[in-house]
Design a protein around this ligand. Structure first.
Ligand code: 4AD
Ligand code: MG
Length: 460
């Protein structure tokens, strides 16, 4: 007989004579003549109760079943006589696949997130992390669905690259040179002898590749891992994180903002539609205001605010910010949260940032001081999307690269795109983990990544 997932059984309308489930024991309770076992197979937040009659063979072994043990149960799905659940399984046969020792760390009590991080290999077996990672899976699917419905093509941009898209120098270097004794040339490591014949790193963004493909396929998106050696141990930075990066040909900054807003609103609605049970857990135990926040994010029209006006609002707020406010200073999390949580009380898209704090590829505005950048800010998280219209004018792009003292040679191909059929185009990057933090109310990025990588931490 084929195994049925528990979430399917819980959706049944009528009893079933024969079912087989396989999963892990959450709890066991004995009463006169029976043992009641709560089984979870990871397919849903809910367990199914298995009722074992003492007449079953190996009943003495079954009574020794510990939390965390793996079992297979066949029997019939019947209406539950006890309260709390509609269905239960009357076991006809129960096989112990593996008996876990008594020291299984996830006994029935609440554990701190910090402790659970030390057992990241087991935490998906808890209610909270099972829910978080089911939501992560559903949201990944939702992203593909969103773009596919709009005619975007999915691009696999390279993970290994020779370029630094953001120019922020937060690269993880990739090499096969012997680090204890690298070949030398002119006083430094000789990368000509390295695997690729030149310096290589892990990608910080798929954008530059996406631009090339947008100028060929029209609308594309990448969705994959990106890496940044930012040595900041914050709750919203990881060294390895996933980014969703759409790129649209024939599209200006307004169209870009429209897409960013639509993506967040639709995916939030999608989460509320398909992850109902799992989200309820977060609304109950993690953030009491979660559902109201999500409704607000799904239903509001987002404020569109030029950077200069954002600076005015912040300067006049009467708030004592830790970081300075003023034209030329980047917005910090505290500023972003003030704008979204206190001032406007909804998501805000800040655009036209000073050129001096943004990368080379952003389109220079008529004022020569600002670029056509936009960041989407949401309550509790701050920046969730960063994007821009790209500089499509070859001379302006080259001048900007010179101004920033960049070597244009390795980016010859990027400049080529401005030589042959250059068009206005735009795109952005959505931090997938920041999005998941927003959806679940989880406050630390380490808790929405299966095995988080942060400074001094690459266990598992
Ligand atoms: O604003 P960023 O740096 O933009 C880019 O990388 C552009 N090349 C994207 C594009 O236009 N195609 O990063 C985009 C988003 C941020 O808004 C944030 O949500 C997330 O990526 N992000 C991080 N998430 C987790 N950990 C980090 N260290 C992150 N750095 C950026
Ligand atoms: Mg950014």
């Amino acid at each position: 007989m084929e195994r049925t997932k528990i979430f399917k059984l819980l959706e049944c309308d009528s009893p079933l004579a024969q079912v087989l489930i396989k999963g892990w024991v959450r709890t066991r309770r004995d009463s006169k003549g029976f043992s009641f076992i709560e089984v979870n197979d990871g397919s849903s937040l809910k367990n199914i109760q298995v009722v074992v009659d003492e007449k079953l063979p190996h009943y003495t072994d079954i009574k020794k079943l510990t939390t965390g043990s793996a079992i297979a149960v066949s029997g019939s799905l019947v209406e539950s006589k006890g309260g709390g659940q509609r269905w239960e399984i009357q076991a006809g046969d129960l096989q112990i696949i593996h008996l876990a020792p008594e020291d299984f760390p996830l006994q029935k009590k609440r554990h701190s997130d910090e402790f659970l991080r030390t057992i990241s290999h087991l935490r998906p077996r808890t209610n909270k992390y099972g829910a978080a990672f089911r939501i992560r899976s559903e949201m990944a699917f939702g992203i593909h669905k969103f773009f596919r419905e709009r005619g975007f093509r999915y691009l696999h941009s390279p993970i290994l690259t020779g370029s630094d898209c953001e120019g922020a120098g937060e690269l993880f270097q990739v090499t096969t040179l012997d680090l204890s004794n690298p070949p030398q040339k002119e006083g430094r490591a000789d990368y000509e002898q390295d695997f690729f014949g030149k310096e290589a790193n892990l990608t910080v963004s798929g954008q530059l590749s996406a631009e090339m493909f947008a100028l060929a396929l029209g609308d594309v998106y990448t969705f994959g891992p990106t890496f940044r050696a930012e040595n900041s141990n914050t709750r919203r930075h990881a060294a390895e994180f996933w980014m969703v990066e759409p790129e649209m040909a024939f599209c200006d900054l307004d169209g870009n903002m429209d897409l960013g807003e639509a993506l967040i609103r639709e995916l939030t609605t999608y989460a509320m539609d398909v992850c109902t049970d799992d989200l309820e857990l977060f609304a109950r135990w993690v953030d009491k205001k979660l559902m109201a926040t999500l409704e607000n994010i799904a239903q509001s029209d987002y404020i569109r605010l030029p950077y200069r006006e954002a600076v005015d609002i912040l300067s006049q707020s009467g708030k004592n910010f830790e970081y300075p406010v003023g034209f030329g200073n980047d917005l910090q999390t505290e500023h972003e949260r003030f704008l979204t949580e206190e001032h406007f009380k909804k998501p805000v898209i800040v655009f036209d940032y000073p050129k001096s704090i943004k990368p080379f590829y952003m389109r220079v505005n008529g004022d020569e001081q600002t670029v056509a950048a936009m960041d989407v800010l949401v309550p509790r998280i701050g920046e969730i999307i960063g994007g821009s219209q790209r500089e499509e004018r070859l001379e302006v792009l080259e001048a900007r690269m010179d101004e920033m003292k960049m070597d244009k040679t390795p980016l010859w191909w990027y400049l080529d795109a401005r030589r042959y059929g250059s068009v206005p185009h735009s795109g952005f990057g959505l931090g997938f983990e920041r999005f998941l933090m927003m959806i679940t109310g989880i406050r630390n990025i380490r808790d929405v990544i299966p095995f988080p990588r942060t400074p001094q931490n690459i266990e598992f």
